[in-house]
Write a protein that binds this ligand. Sequence first.
Ligand code: ADP
Ligand code: MG
Length: 719
Amino acid sequence: NAARLQAISAVEAYVPPAVSFVAGEAPGEIFGENVFSRSVMQKRLPKSVFKSVTATIEKGAKLDPVVADAVASAMKDWALEKGATHYAHVFYPLTNLTAEKHDSFLEPTTDGMALAEFAGKTLIQGEPDASSFPNGGLRNTFEARGYTGWDVTSPAYVLENPNGNTLCIPTVFVSMTGEALDHKTPLLRSQQAMGRQAERILTLFGHVAPEHVVSFCGPEQEYFLVDRHFAVARPDLLNAGRTLFGAPPPKGQEFDDHYFGAIPERVLGFMMDTERELFKLGIPAKTRHNEVAPGQFEVAPMFERGNVASDHQQLLMTTFKTLARKHGLEILFHEKPFAGVNGSGKHVNWSLGNSELGSLLVPGDTPHQNAQFLVFCAAVIRAVHQYGGLLRASVASATNDHRLGANEAPPAIISIFLGDQLADVFEQIAEGEATSSKGKGAMQIGVDTLPVLPTDPGDRNRTSPFAFTGNRFEFRAPGSQQTVAAPIVTINTIMADSLDYCATVLEQAEGDFDAAVQALLKQIITDHGAVIFNGDGYSEKWQLEAAERGLLNLRTTLDALPQLITLEAMALFEKYGVFNEREMHSRYEIALEQYAMTVSVEAKLTAEMGTTQILPAAVRYQTELAQNAATLKAAGIDPDLGALTEVTEQVAALRSALATLKAELADDSAESTVAEAEHAGEKLLPAMAAVRAAADALEGMVADDLWPLPTYQEMLFIL
Ligand code: ADP
Ligand code: MG
């Protein structure tokens, strides 16, 4: 087939672009070069204005309009010096993508002149016409307006582009009535709610007026790189982000050594370019190679405040997409681009803390500090046990369904891994007496019998969805193309609830504080210890054991999403001011819609590619075989009809599977979003699988020069 073979030669002939590397340039020189950072503000703003902005950033105080005008003016001057012609409010609608509304700095004046204008009110508020973003019923078309507003805690930056630079301002996106239409708004709300409760605990432990507590997040991003020549020859990769067809390659990922060593030169060039761009944008990336699947890599920026990490993560994905194209590559953020090959996740490393105390999930040097650490840990255990279903729902998507529960990613059962040492400590607490230390292994918190706690849990359990890793928890279920905001919102909110519970118990306790802490920890571990699991999460046994322990096992998105609208969930989010009921319903509705749309696009692509690319190739080959048989027969030779029979069988199977799929696609009887999503999951997915089975079988039969699609082998190993 011409297109595929041309792609192969084009890849061979490709010369990668030069890397925008400046000899002798130290990373420190360019770090944050394009960011309107605190130090830039300090240089450019009057002292009082700078102080006021800093207070807003640190304490979450409201931005004074007078201050906003001064900041806007300084920001505009700075951006113009950086070559910006436009400014954009950047926001994060519920599609997992990033949206931008661009406006020119130039405002026409009445005398026909243009004036560079950017007032404080423009900085603080924008009004994109938002009718085309999903809102799940939160907005009627007559109030299609959405409002964007600067998240002062996330710095503005200049994005470079050959066609002109843009000043980008990270914003929230809300409806006229103030309801959240985005991922940032609830993140900020949840961070504040959790911070308040954490500060109560700190106060109980004797910290006087502790600094504001926030969440921290360090996301690890996995991705695949494929030569762009192959990508354009695969409508499925371009439009669905994953291959809908493709037989497993003769050589898979069993040779772990293959990619362990040197990074392919071309990929290294790409990584150096991305690193430099990210540094300029103030994103602390440390890029490195991933050794799991061929063509798969990972980048892990240093952790930052939750909302900033989330913005940076989105910016990282767009930057990678742009630069991959520059290097003739297509980057795949899909959770499962290739069946049978490892998928990609985005581990959310999460902790809480402040700049004064650092992470509150670090064991301390004294028994008192350790007691505080154990309370925060216990709060996590309680949160994950009580609201495991919500965590599962926060990572539910049509694309992540292909990864979760496969033997490479955590199972759909949400459990906690503590490591042997910490698990042992909690076990002892469970057995110990709150008032006396008699009994084997009994332990009292706050006295010297507490062992030195692990700072590095040594062993790493890769099968656990929620693992303690020394100073943080690592949530491993999020998918590679999802925003990290939804998981962070969930963790923050369930932690707010747990910390609230702990603080209330401790505040009400009479008598000895240490004894109260001991009793609280014991209570939590007794009620919620069932969520702790240090074994092999991939094993069949765990599925059974988890069921016995009463843990949820929500295998698919359709199973998981209803968790968002249970009475318990809605009461939780409402109580901490993160979502009201309408917002929860809208999110549920949008997630279902996205699920149905994703599957439906894939189903249409499957039908189209099956009909117009694969079936014709198979039929041509079938004809060749039949003609060959006829020719042999005419020459008096008895033909071997084995190959022809096999191909004919699979062609028939493909035809019939395509017919079924098309019939399902034509079925528009679903009258609700739920029904549509169910139809997608229960009818379209199996119909697509049947088409693929026949097509993949044919890939192993049809003559190579007739096969239209770049194969797994080509895409994964030619880079
Ligand atoms: P590993 O391979 O051990 O998981 P990585 O270095 O790939 O480790 O990624 C660890 C991630 O965790 C990094 O993004 C790092 O910044 C982040 N991290 C480290 N400490 C914390 C913390 N206290 N809170 C949140 N994230 C953290
Ligand atoms: Mg990790």
